[in-house]
Design a protein around this ligand. Structure first.
Ligand code: ADP
Length: 379
């Protein structure tokens, strides 16, 4: 298996730039997920990696070799597409064997490789079936099997699960993780689904408009997003954002005033911030608590007066849609058992360690205790 390095890689279609100066290292055996909104350049990046598109500038290396001008066949990469593109008139065995046959592998070698891949994918009992006699999930495995038998240096997956229903998607995701471990394979996986990205990736690369916004572990992106874009893209429901003004800032924390006049203490490094600067604070729905008592808690927690506008019951928890006294909207994840009613006046509280802070240009102030979160609950 291989490592992949992109150095200042750019790609334009005619005069339209699509990928800008991408620097990225994918280690041997790593599963990297590229995630971002539709049109951000994910598929283009995959197509550039496998050689279906030219590189406009910069360098692409697989291990130590510069592969900018190598053809797809010479790169030793296998790509699994969202449309499985199986040959309808060939059975599973022949579909999986086809690429090897073209390469001129021996019959024994083909049979041995197809059998081994089919066993890994638990489809060895389906080798005689035609694609139309398979479920969506089974077809997806055949498509992956076709990639595995070629023993590629690198696997590329382009939204491979998007044609599957939700429960099969979750199951196949677990299968892919297992496969990644068993094959010790280097994999690059594209999705627009942040949940898929969070659960699959060793490393996630968030793209927006052809720029890498941040690359890191799922937990790093969640706890220490580099900017507002990453903070809003990762996490569901989306992080709440409220405008605020800096009252006092130091490397040990920041005191802010919100538009409703209340004060907030944020445990973020404010050494770059100016007094009076306009910023936004971020509150994740799962880090807020809703308190029916309007009494002052006496702590350093943020306290926002709000009214419950809508409750969505999810079973194990509920989502509370709130409107603050000055009309700002907030979402809070609450305890599913709590008796909360529409129209209740409540206080939304959040601890200083849970607050995110974004400057006007979108960059985040580093959080000082990102992993030290009190769990959310409803009183
Ligand atoms: P994603 O996979 O993230 O949805 P794509 O990589 O498919 O995004 O597309 C990125 C951008 O490049 C889009 O704005 C798209 O319109 C543009 N694009 C993609 N393919 C071509 C092409 N062959 N010619 C011109 N523009 C293209």
């Amino acid at each position: 298996m291989a490592s992949v390095t992109l150095n200042k890689l750019s790609k334009s279609y005619g005069n339209t730039p699509v990928l800008h100066n991408i620097d990225l290292h994918i280690a041997h055996g790593e599963l990297v997920v590229l995630v971002g909104p539709s049109g951000c350049g994910k598929s283009t990046l995959l197509r550039v990696l496998c050689g279906l598109e030219d590189i406009s500038s910069g360098e692409l290396r697989i291990d130590a070799d510069v592969v900018n001008t190598l053809s797809p066949a010479e790169r030793g990469i296998a790509m699994v597409f969202q449309s499985y593109a199986l040959y309808p008139h060939m059975n599973v065995f022949k579909n999986m064997a086809f690429g090897l046959k073209i390469q001129g592998s021996s019959k024994e070698d083909i049979a041995q490789r197809v059998q081994a891949a089919a066993e890994v994918l638990h489809i060895d009992h389906l080798l005689d079936r035609l694609p139309r006699e398979l479920s969506g999930g089974q077809r997806q495995r055949v498509a992956i099997g076709r990639a595995i038998v070629r023993k590629p240096r690198l696997f590329l997956f382009d939204e491979p699960l998007s044609n599957l229903d939700a429960s099969l998607r979750a199951k196949t995701r677990i299968e892919l993780s297992r496969l990644h471990r068993e094959l010790a394979a280097t994999m690059v996986y594209v999705t627009h689904d942040q949940v898929e990205a969070m659960t699959l990736g060793d490393k996630i690369v968030v793209l927006n408009e052809g720029h890498v916004q941040q690359a890191g572990t799922p937990l790093t992106l969640y706890q220490q997003p580099a900017n507002r874009f990453v903070a809003t893209f990762i996490g569901s429901p989306t992080i709440n954002l409220l405008p605020a003004r800096v009252l006092e800032a130091s490397s040990g924390g920041v005191r802010l005033r919100l538009d409703d006049g209340s004060q907030v203490l944020a445990l973020v490094d404010g050494s770059q911030l100016q007094t009076g600067e306009s910023v936004e604070i971020g509150l994740r729905p799962e880090h807020c608590r809703v308190d029916a008592s309007t009494a002052h808690s006496g702590s350093k927690d943020t306290s926002l007066h709000a009214e419950i506008a809508l409750v969505e019951h999810l079973g194990e928890s509920n989502l509370l849609y709130l409107k603050t006294d000055i009309g700002q909207k907030l979402i809070v994840r609450g305890d599913g058992n709590a008796a909360v009613r529409l129209g209740d006046s409540v206080i939304v509280r959040a601890g200083p360690e849970s607050i995110y802070l974004f400057r006007a240009d979108g960059t985040a102030a580093p959080r000082l205790r990102p992993g030290n979160m009190r769990s959310a609950h409803v009183h």
